[in-house]
Design a protein around this ligand. Sequence first.
Ligand SMILES: CC(C)(COP(=O)(O)OP(=O)(O)OC[C@H]1O[C@@H](n2cnc3c(N)ncnc32)[C@H](O)[C@@H]1OP(=O)(O)O)[C@@H](O)C(=O)NCCC(=O)NCCS
Length: 183
Amino acid sequence: MIIKGQIYKLPDCREVTIKSAGPEDAMKVKLLREATARESHFMAREPEDGPMNLEVIREGLASFAESEKNFMVNAYLDDELVGDLGVSVVRPHIKFLHRGYLGMSIRQEYTGMGVGSFMMKVALEQAKKNGFEQVELGVYSDNARARHMYTKMGFKEYGKNPRAFKLKDGTYIDEIIMVNFIE
Ligand SMILES: CC(C)(COP(=O)(O)OP(=O)(O)OC[C@H]1O[C@@H](n2cnc3c(N)ncnc32)[C@H](O)[C@@H]1OP(=O)(O)O)[C@@H](O)C(=O)NCCC(=O)NCCS
């Protein structure tokens, strides 16, 4: 599923284009995900996990583009990719097809300017059109900004996976499970 361009205006009037990345954007997606992994501990990967595999990313983007349910919502400033969001079925089995799992990240420089809320709005509308009944995500318990934005956009906190993440310094962080019923 490919989502066509929509414009979001930053507070300084620069225009961000919100659309799906395709397989031709694999290098941009790789660079974005490696950068966001460096910028905070809120992503799954650490830089020490190694570089991401370009071919795997390209195949993933092609599969998203061809899917009738799964989709990406990306943010571009001119030609630069500054934000990444994906929604995909939890498992490709009948009992799970109503549940979409969402992950997202934005380059630090472009956070706090409404881009994430706009991407989320686009994603929730598309998820509903694609037949999802609920969108789920997991967030680090110390990620106050993300928890605030998700709550504002209709997600509720339903559970906690204690000590889900162990940082390099040995600190444990819980994962908060959030669900947005969109039917
Ligand atoms: C989390 C993330 C996607 C949010 O996107 P964003 O574009 O920064 O969010 P927005 O600017 O649309 O909204 C942020 C909201 O959080 C609020 N906020 C900012 N810092 C906050 C804090 N420390 N505590 C609580 N709320 C905070 C803002 O006031 C704003 O709320 P408002 O719209 O009610 O005024 C983005 O910051 C990001 O990618 N961060 C790094 C990686 C990450 O955390 N990914 C999420 C993994 S689950």
